[in-house]
Design a protein around this ligand. Structure first.
Ligand code: GLY
Length: 378
């Protein structure tokens, strides 16, 4: 991506494709695509799947950008469908931010209404209720009642914190952002290593709150640097900085970004790998990590050209080499990976497409602030 003009051109090609995709996607909540490149439906076969907000988020971004009411109609349908999730306690986890920021909260930001506002508050209450005050962490996942995951937090949760910042502003109740900043401070301490890389999973004693160990999760191994986790950290700490104005979060985001830029440069012949520690001859990539990192780097780049240029490089590579503008397929980015050890090799992922669109719209100054605060700080 050379500059804003190339971002405009790419967005106009994407808009042409997405208007055709939307017209054939009524009632669908996609996660990935089938072998013929068409959307599959409803995440990983569950209304509670963590990615179920992203297609809605794409639709809100496109509605905000174009004014085409078809996008809004489809986004509202998805938001209503997700109400089923509220009644399934096993499916209410820390991903409330990923699910309801790009749907209910995005709806509020595009077009305020009481129902969407209430959905956002219910989701935020649930997220805040997962806070462990002794360990200062938000519990990530549920378990089957055996307590095996009570003490688990993951780096991805940095991206769910904006739901809490939004809720504090919406209710004038500081408890939500107090929880968010306590989690962010904990993550600065336990999730970011001295070289600027981030761990994926942190395990705590849920009673004493003591940090016990890190685990590998979706990356190559325990101790490695899963690139999507690095990207969640870059964008997530930046977001905490934007909502609170606290320099320490920007500084942390920059440390992770510096390491991301350094590690990426070691593989000039490919996109972003799934894990910076995977063997050098392993060429498997994760385009989603590149798109998410680009969003964070653009925000950091508003005060430092180095990060802005790094974002342009990532987006340039994606748009020139990994973007499908074929109107017969539903996905945008290919060469994504849900996890290093997944059987599915390279795939498409709806959130890769969401963050690509958000990044390109940021470049042209036309993004709906879904994860970021509004100009009024909300
Ligand atoms: N938040 C789960 C993932 O990034 O795969």
């Amino acid at each position: 991506m050379k500059n804003t003009i190339s971002a405009y051109k790419t967005m106009s090609a994407i808009e042409k494709k997405l208007s055709a995709v939307a017209a054939r996607s009524r009632g669908i909540i996609p996660y990935s695509t089938t072998a013929d490149g068409r959307f599959d439906d409803t995440g990983e076969d569950s209304i509670c799947w963590w990615t179920n907000g992203f297609f809605g988020g794409m639709l809100w971004q496109m509605y905000n950008y174009t004014g085409n009411s078809l996008y809004k109609e489809l986004a509202e349908d998805i938001e209503k469908k997700l109400d089923e999730n509220f009644m399934l306690p096993w499916g209410m986890d820390h991903d409330s931010g990923f699910k309801w920021l790009p749907t209910a909260v995005a709806h509020c930001k595009a077009d305020w209404n009481e129902k969407s506002h209430n959905r956002g508050i219910i989701a935020a209450e649930n997220l805040a209720g997962r806070f462990n005050p002794n360990g200062n962490f938000i519990r990530a996942w549920n378990d089957s009642g055996d307590g095996s995951r009570v003490g688990t937090a993951i780096i991805d949760c940095m991206m769910n914190l904006p739901l809490l910042y939004w809720a504090s502003d919406a209710t004038k109740d500081p408890r939500f952002s107090q929880i968010a900043t306590r989690h962010a401070d904990m993550a600065m301490k336990h999730f970011v290593r001295s070289d600027g890389s981030a761990i994926h999973i942190g395990v705590f004693d849920p009673n004493s709150g003591e940090f016990l160990r890190s685990e590998g999760g979706q990356g190559y191994a325990t101790g490695s640097s899963w690139t999507r986790g690095q990207a969640w950290a870059i964008y997530g700490f930046t977001l905490s900085g934007l909502y609170t104005g606290e320099e320490k979060y920007f500084e942390t985001a920059k440390r992770v970004a510096d390491n991301f830029i350094l590690q990426s440069a070691k593989r000039p012949d490919m996109g972003i790998p799934i894990d910076f520690d995977q063997p050098l001859d392993c060429k498997r990539e994760d385009s989603s990590a590149a798109a998410i990192a680009a969003c964070g780097l653009i925000e950091l780049g508003k005060t430092n050209e180095k990060y802005y240029n790094a974002a342009l490089d990532l987006l340039g590579f994606l748009c020139e080499n990994r973007l499908s503008l074929d109107e017969n397929t539903d996905y945008l980015l290919w060469n994504c990976a849900d996890s290093f050890w997944s059987n599915r090799e390279q795939m498409t992922l709806i959130y890769a497409d969401y963050y690509l669109i958000e990044a390109l719209l940021k470049l042209v100054g036309k993004d709906l602030p879904i994860f970021t605060p509004t100009k009024e700080g909300k």
